[in-house]
Write a protein that binds this ligand. Structure first.
Ligand SMILES: NC(=O)c1ccc[n+]([C@@H]2O[C@H](COP(=O)([O-])OP(=O)(O)OC[C@H]3O[C@@H](n4cnc5c(N)ncnc54)[C@H](OP(=O)(O)O)[C@@H]3O)[C@@H](O)[C@H]2O)c1
Ligand SMILES: *[C@@H]1O[C@H](CO)[C@@H](O)[C@H](O)[C@H]1NC(C)=O
Length: 297
């Protein structure tokens, strides 16, 4: 099948998607007033913006990342925007004790927990985004130490934090929100280790979702599939014009995530047009999606 036909089919799927675009069942911003929220990866990017939006809605937030100086600034701004409470834990989510300290602090400060928003992305290399967007194939640089560290920070720690928080979330009929990516639904060249983490999150948390349903535990699990978002990191390192053109603002992305979590959506696709059609095509016709992926440059 020609590339044009592939793109045509993807466009058709997109049109169908718009046709059946589900309505988020009524988001009530008031439901977040006083809600207790732990968000990871908040020293910059989408996490920082989510902290501000939860703050504006009057939530009580606890944020984490490694850079304490940045967290102090974000906490101060969140308070000025209306957060009922704002706390931080400076720590490395790749370390079990820092994950434990995060959930323990939430327990001490809030006495309960409504939302766990898992968002951080990082590695032992100073600039993950640069590595991610470098265009290198795995086979050109098969760095196993890097992969093990990457999966520990971006997959294992998500599982660890959710496991630590589950007892609290069960008591409050709470919400787990997991930030993934189109690369957690569709494989492209040059993002193998990132896809390994994000597909892993889909596997683990989709399994957890059905386990919770089967056990009749009222904890929702929302998987967020993001396209390209105009964070500082993406703007600094993404050189692909087509990707940059499709990029969406950070603030509307943060709001889409917050709404999806609050309405207990199974999955959120944002922006819908550049994520859902491809994820759906991959699910229905993976061989065709592979052919499209090979032609992306
Ligand atoms: N931006 C996009 O276009 C895009 C697209 C698809 C999906 N996503 C997903 O959206 C989420 C947020 O991405 P973003 O673009 O906002 O990322 P970002 O701007 O790079 O921010 C990442 C955050 O994670 C923190 N972090 C990194 N390593 C950590 C560690 N070991 N322990 C604790 N915190 C750590 C960073 O803070 P410190 O360095 O201070 O620790 C920072 O606050 C990620 O899950 C990402 O995969 C983003
Ligand atoms: C995002 O920011 C832009 C520019 O500041 C503003 O016009 C828009 O209303 C904001 N959107 C949301 C959802 O906050």
């Amino acid at each position: 099948m020609s590339r044009r036909a592939c793109v045509g089919l993807a466009a058709l799927l997109g049109a169908v998607a718009v046709g059946i675009y589900w309505n988020y069942d009524g988001f009530d911003p008031e439901s977040l007033r006083g809600a207790t929220v732990v968000i990871t990866g908040c020293s910059t990017g989408i996490g920082e913006e989510m902290a501000y939006q939860y703050a504006r809605l009057g939530a009580k937030i606890l944020i984490t990342a490694r850079r304490e100086n940045r967290l102090k600034e974000v906490v101060a701004k969140a308070k000025s925007l209306g957060a009922q409470e704002a706390h931080y834990v400076a720590g490395d989510m790749g370390k079990a004790e820092d994950c434990e300290r995060t959930i323990q602090t939430a327990k001490e400060k809030f006495g309960q927990l409504d939302y766990l928003v898992l968002n951080h992305i990082g590695s032992k290399l100073p600039n993950t985004m640069e590595k991610l967007l470098s265009g290198t194939h795995w086979d050109q640089d098969p760095d196993m130490d890097y992969l093990v560290d990457f999966l520990n920070v971006n997959l294992v720690s998500y599982v660890r934090l959710a496991s630590l928080a589950l007892p609290l979330l069960k008591e409050s009929s709470g919400h787990i929100v997991v930030i993934s990516s189109i690369f957690g639904k569709v494989p492209l060249p040059t993002v193998s280790y990132y896809s390994a983490a994000k597909f892993g999150l889909d596997g683990f948390f989709s399994s957890l979702r059905v386990e919770l349903m089967k056990a009749q535990q009222d904890v929702s699990v929302t998987l967020v599939v993001l396209g390209v978002v105009k964070t500082q990191g993406v703007l600094a390192y993404q050189k692909n014009e087509a990707f940059l053109k499709a990029a969406v603002p950070v603030n509307e992305t943060a709001l889409a995530i917050i709404q999806g979590g609050a309405t207990r959506a199974r999955e959120v696709y944002h922006p819908f047009r550049s994520t859902w059609p491809f994820a759906t095509l991959r699910a229905l016709w993976p061989g065709l999606m592979d052919n499209i992926a090979v032609n992306v440059d």
